[in-house]
Design a protein around this ligand. Structure first.
Ligand code: CDP
Length: 225
């Protein structure tokens, strides 16, 4: 069967990674969480007190960052390593979420991440989720999905996820973070979040995980058969 590239873009916390993982499992494709790369770079910048308003400092810092994804047979997903340290768990922290959109808006950071993302797609058979995957990273992808969901539903979903790790988190904090990131992500100069002209919109506010998976699989079948 023909191998394709599937891109999933959309707003924060609207279920992109859930759908991407479902599809990757069914199709035996590689799943890449591009957001994890921006989160890992942000973690590095925070830990090393990098002044990311300074272009030279950013360049120097990026030169000492190595990112890789390693498949974890237990969780059945690829986990991100920052200079050989597994940071998959750490990068989900609110401290990183507070700053990631500022870091992801920097041109040098995007060039650094996009070059690596494109390399991962050379053999196709890949599903990547993010903000600019269908527009910038793989503009010629065979299937592009743009996901949306109501704000309240997205906040509730992310709150549940984060609450399991940190019961001190409040729903307001989560709501504010999602709103702030969506605003910065869709208003930045470089590669802003937007729906690619040829992307199919999937609003999953009222869909179960199974329903959204079946819908997406219909689109995949049309492309690979
Ligand atoms: O999981 P969630 O949808 O909340 O976010 P994520 O995919 O982990 O991405 C975190 C942040 O990274 C986003 O808010 C964007 O600022 C940035 N990002 C980006 O700019 N471009 C991408 N392709 C992926 C993420």
């Amino acid at each position: 069967m023909k191998k394709i590239i599937i891109t999933i873009d959309g707003w924060s916390s609207c279920g992109k990674s859930t759908l991407a993982k479902q599809l990757a499992k069914k199709l035996g494709y590689l799943y890449v969480d591009s957001g994890a790369m921006y989160r890992a770079v942000t973690l590095f910048f925070l830990r090393n007190h990098i002044d990311w308003t300074d272009k030279k400092e950013v360049k120097k810092a990026l030169n000492s960052i190595k990112l890789k994804f390693v498949f974890n047979p237990k969780s059945k997903v690829s986990e991100i390593f920052l200079n050989d340290e597994n940071v998959e768990y750490l990068i989900r922290d609110m401290v990183v979420a507070e700053k990631v959109s500022d870091v992801a808006a920097i041109k040098g950071v995007r060039q650094f991440a996009v070059a690596q993302q494109r390399k991962m797609g050379t053999k196709k058979g890949i599903i990547m989720d993010g903000r600019d995957i269908g527009t910038v990273v793989f503009p010629k992808a065979e299937l592009k999905i743009f996901m949306t969901a109501d704000n309240a539903v997205r906040t509730e979903r992310r709150f549940k996820e984060l609450y399991e790790k940190n019961p001190n988190i409040t729903i307001e904090e989560v709501k504010n973070n999602l709103e702030m990131r969506d605003y910065i992500d869709s208003h930045r100069k470089v590669s802003p979040l937007k729906k690619a002209k040829d992307a199919i919109e999937l609003n999953n506010t009222n869909l179960t995980e199974n329903q959204q998976f079946r819908k997406a699989m219909e689109w995949v079948q049309q492309k690979i058969s």
